[in-house]
Write a protein that binds this ligand. Structure first.
Ligand code: PLP
Length: 413
């Protein structure tokens, strides 16, 4: 074997000595990357062991290291390609991958907080984020204080000397309020407090957190980046090198990594993501506007419609909307009737984790999800149960007909 393209990195290349026994040849075939082969797909490079050319390379750590690659869980060429693509799309300099969106949220907590610290979390944060915070408060000596997502500059009054982190979500889960992130960031920066945003709804495309001075963005790649309802993955993104190194170090200690095959699936979906998002946006606005005219509906909570709290901030800060919104039905429909309406839908499936091609519907009883008395907001007339809708890629004429039929069958009286 004299082929200099052999991919085995050992100086003492075993493939160069084919006079081995068959068992050795079975383990160490001559690996070759065909010269001149190019395609649009990223190679799926799996690997737990990373092979070093010599011991000096194995022993070199940190700044002295001559190879970037150390161990499969930290990074592979495939995961790195995904990190770079995600960072580029959202305007970050770095991304870290986690086995789920919730894993990404957890990493932010554990990387930035220690016992005695304080964190502010909006009422409408993604439910498992809230539960994660409650766990940290119960068992880890961290204070986690909920705040009204529409608080804006008023957040300054909540910041304490030990406040280290302010979470935002834009818009928030289920109730869809769009926060005044500029005012929250300004108050946080004035006090040296870090800000993190769960930016899953905009897929990192319609809202640019780093241009707004937000320190950290979290993505549930499970949603639009996957687009197929078949991958679980999350990302933490940031623009600051020091912050990146700090979070990366904790990710290493936690032993969190992702499969190269899953990375490949997400890499395969990213090129179509902006076009898919635009289609979800168009369809969701059409359905939302139709719903806003219905007599059964008290209020449509879609950031691009004026009835949604924070609509003005959506106009100021976003370049588009995604496929997820909520509708508040009139107070005359009790929970059981709203449940019957959702179960009567034929094209909307019942389930979590939007971002794929299929439309979804889930009813929520918001009163039990946030501090007493904070829902419905003061002044809302006739507000009853909430149904969250995700508009997939079906034809909107069919989706609207489905909603109409289920309303006429179940939301009577
Ligand atoms: C789905 C979701 C997550 C969690 O993502 P998983 O990959 O399911 O853990 C986090 N934040 C938001 C806003 C989400 O919608």
């Amino acid at each position: 074997m004299t082929d200099t393209n052999a991919a085995s990195p050992n100086d003492n290349d075993p493939a160069a000595t084919p006079d081995c026994y068959v068992q050795t040849l079975a383990v160490q075939p001559p690996l070759q990357v065909p010269p001149g082969f190019a395609s649009f797909s990223q190679p799926t490079q799996r690997g737990s062991t990373v092979v070093f050319r010599n011991l000096a390379e194995l022993r070199a750590h940190g700044d002295g290291a001559t190879t970037y690659w150390r161990y499969g869980i930290h990074a592979t060429p495939t995961s790195e390609a995904l990190c770079q693509h995600l960072a580029m799309l959202e305007g970050a300099s770095h991304a870290l991958l986690l086995p789920s969106g919730l894993g990404a949220i957890s990493l932010v907590y554990f990387a930035l907080l220690k016992a005695g610290d304080d964190v502010l979390v909006p009422y409408n944060v993604y439910g498992p984020n809230r539960e994660h915070g409650e766990w940290l408060a119960r068992d880890f000596g961290i204070t986690v204080r909920p705040y009204d997502p529409m608080i804006g500059a008023g957040i300054a009054e909540l910041i304490q000397p030990n406040t280290r982190l302010i979470w935002m979500e834009a818009p928030g889960s289920v109730t869809m309020e769009v926060p005044d992130s500029e005012a929250i960031v300004a108050a946080a920066r004035a006090r040296g407090v870090l800000t993190a945003i769960d930016n899953t709804w905009s897929a990192g495309i319609y809202f640019r957190p780093f241009d707004k001075g937000i320190d950290i963005s979290v993505q549930a790649l499970t949603k639009y980046q996957s687009g197929g309802s078949d991958v679980l993955m999350g990302a933490v993104l940031c623009r600051d090198e020091k912050l990146y190194q700090r979070i990366k170090g904790v990710r290493m200690l936690m032993g969190w990594g992702v499969s190269a095959d899953d990375c490949y699936l997400v890499l395969r979906s990213l090129p179509s993501m902006p076009v898919r998002l635009a289609a979800h946006d168009r369809a969701a606005r059409e359905v939302a506007e139709w719903l806003a005219q219905r007599p059964e509906v008290a209020r449509v909570l879609h950031p691009a419609l004026p009835d949604c709290p924070g609509h003005a901030f959506w106009r100021r800060d976003f370049s588009g909307a995604s496929g997820l919104f909520a509708v508040v039905l009139r107070a005359r429909y009790p929970r059981a009737q709203v449940d019957a309406f959702v179960e009567a839908l034929r094209l909307f499936s019942i389930g979590w984790s939007w971002g794929g091609a299929h439309s979804l519907a889930v009813p929520y009883h918001v009163q039990t999800m946030r501090p007493a008395g904070s829902w419905p907001p003061a002044g809302w007339q006739d507000a009853g149960e909430l149904v969250r809708l995700y508009i997939g890629l079906e034809d909107t004429r069919d989706l609207i007909a489905d909603l109409k039929a289920a309303m006429e069958a179940k939301l009577v009286g």
